[in-house]
Design a protein around this ligand. Structure first.
Ligand SMILES: [Zn+2]
Length: 122
């Protein structure tokens, strides 16, 4: 099992997102993981790319500096090994969730990729 800190990244419509606690993402099927990164710079770059592609289009009334606020907030959280979950609302379109979840997590879930490896026959 991989004990070095890493982040599993998820992109989802809100209706497919797990419960309110961010760590619950780790209980989702491993196939839902879009990317896994071992450095927070890559996590942040991935999140901002997904934000540009899926969340910022068509938003109404969003302050121009919303992305900058998110960039700073994500950097602070990721540096201390915390989860970052962005939930985006767009008029008339499904809500988008962009999530980066620490693994191992402070909540004691197994790494979803390790669970997947154990489930497959050698
Ligand atoms: Zn993991």
């Amino acid at each position: 099992m991989d004990t070095k800190l890493h982040w599993h990244c998820y992109l989802s419509a809100r209706r497919d997102a797990p419960g309110l606690e961010s760590h619950e993402w780790l209980l989702q099927p491993p196939a839902r993981i879009r990317e896994t990164f071992y450095d927070h710079y890559s996590v942040r770059r991935w999140m901002l790319d997904k934000y540009d592609r899926h969340a910022s289009i068509g938003s109404v009334g969003r302050p121009a500096d919303a992305k900058d606020e998110r960039r700073l907030q994500a950097l602070d959280a990721l540096k201390i090994g915390d989860d970052v979950v962005w939930v985006e609302f767009r008029l008339g379109l499904p809500v988008v969730v962009i999530a980066a979840i620490c693994c191992p997590n402070r909540v004691d879930h197994l790494c979803p990729l390790a669970v997947q490896d154990e489930a497959q026959p050698a």
